[in-house]
Design a protein around this ligand. Structure first.
Ligand code: AHG
Ligand code: MN
Ligand code: MN
Length: 340
């Protein structure tokens, strides 16, 4: 039977015309990420079979135990981006400092990539969906090695961002600022195929996703918003449903499709929240806005924050437009940015 679907590679080439200034470098970079994603997917699928689960013994810069798959995924994305030659430096959750790709620097590579190679890693050994999140910027430094300033650009400056979810099927979703498109991996041919063209997040929803176990430590605005979600009111379809997987990518992806809000606020334990601005909040904020949703820290737009360090944390309220707006209303009424 004749081929009816569009593969990621074909789609990227078709869309290259969206970037008159680019000579195919960004397309190659996205293709390289797609290749690494397939390799990581293969290992994720084998996680229960291989001796690949469990702590590897080291800790990442956040002091969290690294799982073997975190390390593997990190190596795969770094290898793919290094051999591709379009990315001159990488900031990864798993590396304290930025990684320079000297062979690409000598070829005047124009891009830098921030990445969470494996998100939701505590879910690996229980067979629950995990993911990858990435963000791409054009470097702003001129020649030589990349600098911190290349990574500390505001989220508005992203040229592309995306995520991969390794779930009941594996999907790659990305945006270059011209809408959002989702591709599902067809394992029989080893290709990501366009399955979710021009994705839009429902403007409103009935799902809220938050680790409610931290309730006592939440800011008052979040506590009051959660109570609002739980009140019965027919007109607004409340009470809402609570859904929390514990993998940001998976919770975000479900809400993208069904409509919902994901919240990781500041807590007493993590006064700045838990999630990382560069490789968790900004890329998903870029995607959600492209899909018609919102991303905020409760008060301000995520994409306009000025990053100060590679592993900076940030509270996150992300998802359907109306739900994020409502949560922000509660924050503005009952909390202040200073005492979040
Ligand atoms: P990572 O596995 O990359 O460290 O990220 C884990 C993050 C995110 O995926 C998830 O939403 C959140 O941590 C869950 O945190 P809690 O266990 O505190 O709810
Ligand atoms: Mn993560
Ligand atoms: Mn991670």
């Amino acid at each position: 039977m004749a081929q009816k679907f569009l593969t990621l590679g074909q789609f990227i080439i078709e869309r290259q015309a969206d970037f008159p200034y680019a000579k195919g470098e960004l397309s190659r970079l996205l293709r390289d990420i797609g290749i690494a994603a397939k390799i990581v997917n293969r290992e994720v699928n084998k996680a229960g079979l291989m001796d690949i689960i469990g702590d590897v013994g080291s800790q990442n810069v956040q002091g969290e135990a690294q799982k073997k798959l975190d390390v593997f995924a990190n190596e795969q994305f770094i290898a793919a981006l290094s051999s591709g030659g379009e990315c001159c430096a990488i900031a990864s959750e798993e590396n304290d400092e930025m990684i320079h790709i000297e062979s690409a620097v000598s070829k005047n590579a124009k891009y830098v990539v921030s990445i969470d190679p494996l998100d939701g890693s505590s879910n690996i050994d229980v067979n629950v969906s995990i993911g990858t999140i990435f963000s791409i910027y054009r470097r702003i430094s001129l020649g030589g090695l990349a600098t911190m300033n290349d990574f500390l650009q505001k989220g508005t400056q992203q040229v592309a961002a995306g995520y991969i979810t390794y779930g009941s099927s594996t999907m790659l979703v990305y945006s270059t600022g011209h809408g959002v498109n989702g591709f599902t991996l067809d394992p029989s041919i080893g290709e990501f195929c366009l399955s979710h063209p021009d994705m839009k997040i429902p403007r409103d929803g009935v799902i809220y996703s938050i680790n409610e176990g931290n309730y006592v430590h939440f800011p008052d605005g979040v506590k009051k918003y959660l109570k609002y979600c739980q009140v019965e009111e027919e007109a607004t379809n409340r009470p809402y449903s609570s859904r929390y997987i514990g993998s940001l990518v998976s919770d975000f992806h479900r809400n993208m499709i069904k409509g919902g809000v994901y919240i990781y606020p500041s807590t007493a334990k993590s006064p700045k929240g838990k999630l990382r601005l560069l490789y968790e909040c900004n890329p998903l904020a870029f995607i959600v806005e492209q899909a018609g949703g919102l991303a905020s820290d409760g008060f301000n737009r995520i994409l306009e924050m000025q990053p100060k360090s590679l592993h900076q944390r940030c509270p996150l309220f992300i998802g359907s437009y109306e739900m994020v707006k409502k949560a922000e209303e509660f924050m503005q009424k009952y909390s202040t940015p200073e005492v979040q």
